[in-house]
Design a protein around this ligand. Structure first.
Ligand code: PMP
Length: 467
């Protein structure tokens, strides 16, 4: 893509102004926003995005861990346009349906672990998690266990920002000055191998996390707990990979206590770890429910889905008697244009062997990224396949953090952007979660840029007296 933008600079300035004056952005630091406003991203193609001034960047975050098949896929656009022209929207309430929603539900049932054959649609990840908890409560009410209401989540988990999803979320700073539904949620410790107690082996650490779950169930009572929800790899909370066997053991404890196991695969689904679903293929778990969004449509249209086990579906679908209906769902549940986008997206993932690419290129990306560990501020480089993270610290030995005002994550991201790469700052972390079509050449370019960016960051931290 090469366009000449400079002549548009007046339009760009006007857009920038409109945005700054009227658009309340999600997750915005207003101390920067009032001053700097936003960068307008206007164009995209494959692994690249371009801003309004024509600067081109490698997209290192797949939009927001979602553009799995890469940008500018005309065939997804065409599938959406065809569907919008033929029948853009009609209700899916009251025994009405549409072709893409039906096709996609069947396709998801085919791709998902064998016991998950039923799909409840929503518009994104938060809504999928929110709807799930309502369905779980409904399920236990219907089987005569109305006290089973509490949901176990984990510190630093990210499950979204609807009221209930925000309450499941365990990243404390996300909920500063917001209220949460604390009577419904209990947070356990996250699995953080990098910051586990000193001198504790990985196996002992795993034992301690499983024991914490058992003790929590003992304390609250299994009769009061409905479900445990977990991301297979914790994403926004720091790309935390749990110790070997953790998820399967947590699930076994849940099973033994009649507690449902919900896998939030909003990020890990649709190829990011080399499989359509990571739960069974990577982590050897058989969740009762898997939630997906993001990569489901590669972000080309808003869509979320809750995949429900046959066992749960049997209860949810048992008629309540005359006039009793399962009264939940959204105007846009099974939106035909979003479902058409998802079907084409899945076709591309399968046709181009994108999961194979992640299994092939992912370990190379991990290996190459880890060569950056020598940088002064790099405490840890972790993650798996196309879901990776750099943890920046002030001191490698003590693992002490730099002061928040040093904005180390922002600094690294800024240096990278100056050099043509967008990565995501989250506090003192930098997340790399690219489109799943990077090859080894792109990985090499990215690692070179990060190498320079980390060196430049150390220098500016020194110049500003933080190191
Ligand atoms: N769950 C996880 C694991 C996520 O990472 C996210 C979004 N980053 C969500 C849920 C929420 O999804 P959405 O923003 O589409 O509501």
């Amino acid at each position: 893509i090469s366009r000449s933008h400079p002549s548009q600079s007046e339009d760009v300035q006007s857009l920038w102004q409109k945005d700054r004056d009227h658009f309340i952005h999600p997750f915005t630091d207003f101390s920067l926003f009032h001053e700097q406003g936003c960068d307008l991203i206007t164009d995209s193609d494959g692994i690249y995005v371009e801003d309004a001034y024509g600067h081109r960047y490698i997209d290192g975050i797949a939009g927001l861990w979602c553009v799995n098949v890469g940008h500018g896929r005309g065939e997804i656009g065409q599938a959406m346009a065809d569907q919008a022209t033929r029948m853009a929207y009609f209700s899916t309430f009251n025994n009405l349906s549409n072709a893409p929603a039906a096709e996609l539900a069947a396709k998801l049932a085919e791709l998902a672990p064998a016991h998950l054959n039923h799909v409840f649609y929503s518009c994104g990840g938060s809504a999928a998690n929110d709807a799930t908890i309502r369905l779980v409560h409904y399920y236990f009410n219907r089987v005569g266990k109305p006290h089973k209401k509490r949901i176990l989540s984990r510190n630093n988990a990210y499950h979204g920002t609807t009221y209930l999803a925000a309450s499941l979320t365990g990243i404390k700073s996300n909920n500063w000055d917001f209220d949460t539904l604390d009577h419904l949620v209990t947070h356990l410790s996250e699995a953080n191998l990098y910051r586990r107690p000193e001198d504790m082996s990985e196996a002992d650490y795993c034992d301690s996390l499983v024991s914490e779950l058992e003790e929590t169930i003992e304390r609250i009572g299994a009769d009061n707990i409905a479900a445990f929800i977990a991301e297979p790899i914790m994403g926004a909370g720091g790309v935390l990979v749990a110790p070997d066997g953790y998820h399967a053991r947590m699930q076994a404890v849940c099973r033994a206590n009649d507690i449902l196991y919900i896998a939030d695969e909003v990020v890990t689904g649709f190829g990011r770890l080399g499989h359509f679903f990571a739960s069974e293929a990577v982590f050897d778990t058989q969740p009762d429910i898997i939630n997906v969004a993001k990569g489901l449509s590669s972000g080309y249209a808003p869509l979320g889905a809750t995949l429900i086990s046959d066992e749960l579906y049997e209860v949810l679908s048992t008629p309540q008697g005359p006039g009793g209906v399962l009264s939940t769902g959204f105007t846009y549940s099974g939106h035909p244009v979003s479902c058409a986008a998802a079907l084409k997206n899945i076709e591309i993932i399968e046709r181009e062997g994108i999961c194979d690419n992640v299994r092939e290129t992912g370990p190379y990306l991990e290996r190459r990224l880890k060569t950056l560990a020598h940088h002064e501020t790099v405490g840890d480089i972790r993650g798996s396949h196309f879901m990776l993270c750099i943890e920046n610290v002030a001191d490698k030995t003590s693992k002490a953090l730099l002061p928040v005002e040093a904005r180390v994550g922002d600094r690294v991201a800024f240096e990278a952007q100056q050099r043509g790469l967008i990565i995501r700052p989250v506090g003192h972390l930098n997340i790399v979660s690219p489109p799943l079509i990077w090859d080894r050449d792109v990985v090499d370019r990215v690692v070179d840029i990060l190498d320079e960016s980390l060196a430049a960051t150390s220098q500016t931290l020194k110049d500003d007296g933080y190191l």
